[in-house]
Ligand binder design. Sequence first.
Ligand SMILES: Cc1cc2nc3c(=O)[nH]c(=O)nc-3n(C[C@H](O)[C@H](O)[C@H](O)COP(=O)(O)O)c2cc1C
Length: 353
Amino acid sequence: MKVFAINSSPRSEGQSKTVLMLSHLVRGMRSAGAEVEIVDLRRKKINYCIGCYTCWTKTPGKCIHKDDMTDELFDKWVSSDLAVYAMPLYHYTVNAAMKTFIERTLPVAEPFLIEKGGKSTHPLRFEKPPDAVILSVCGFPEMVHFNELSLWAKRLFGDRLKAEIYRPGVELLPNAGVKRKEILQATERAGSELVSTGSVSDDTMRSVTQDIVDVDLFRELGNIMWQTCIDEGVTPKEFSEKKLIPRPDSLETFLAIMSIVFNPEAAKDADAVLQFDFSGELEGSCQMKVSGGKLTTCVGIQDEATLVITSPFDTWMDIMSGKADPQQMFMEKKCQADGDYQLLIRLNDWFAR
Ligand SMILES: Cc1cc2nc3c(=O)[nH]c(=O)nc-3n(C[C@H](O)[C@H](O)[C@H](O)COP(=O)(O)O)c2cc1C
């Protein structure tokens, strides 16, 4: 099977979540024997369709433009068995780069009007244009945001649409710990199923679209992330590059963030109760119980702690975000630890920054 995967995210690899998802889908496709070529539209020059219909009249099947679409992409697209349209959702639908690409596939059709399924359409000039898979990611956490894109994809591709793979709340995915692993593995499985069976199973799709955290918490985390960007004067890209962390505004959000970045694999042999006694900007105690690779949390004190960390909240946030050196903070007694000190070193493994 020849697959042509078109990525329309304007973001570079490393930041683009479309690329993150697409790379796993493609890995699955290749493992099932498909020959896959990926094209990044942001590196290509594709002019807008100018609606001249030269491709339907004077030079049937050939566009009037001279650019990467006519030189390279149209032929690769039309001769593939399957095209993957991978895009970020912009304003509830296809982003402009992908739409520009798709509009330029007009030479695939002939101008005549025919009836199909009770509606008018155009006959196709090429015997078999590629089947289609839509892969899209979006910022909001609910699946409903893909409704209009899905409607459009079904209308445009009809029977040729083999799968729609949607990942909402995707900006949280890179930091989603175990869920990240499950979602990306399922995306890879989706790729291999598409090649071996021609569709994606319901089980796999459920794993791909599973919630990362509940919607209220998602909004809360999103808001503190954006507020941190505004306060620090950084874009989301700079936020990740500088390895900043969202500054929680309550013990509940602090614990929620810790639950998201918890690494059960690294903590599978651990049995400990960590207690934080915070002062300053955010005051109070909370506990995290790490046992058999599971994390449970509570605001307040429930169990006898193995390690108690006493710190101004601000200082601890600076340590977590890498702004402050933990050793120095403990030496200067800005933070204190009581109990099993060895655990301090292990915190780095148990919780990704
Ligand atoms: C111009 C613009 C419009 C967007 N519109 C939506 C939208 O309608 N719904 C949504 O959930 N996210 C929206 N987003 C968020 C993106 O879908 C989200 O950030 C996605 O991760 C981007 O994918 P990428 O990292 O591959 O570029 C929008 C982002 C931008 C920049």
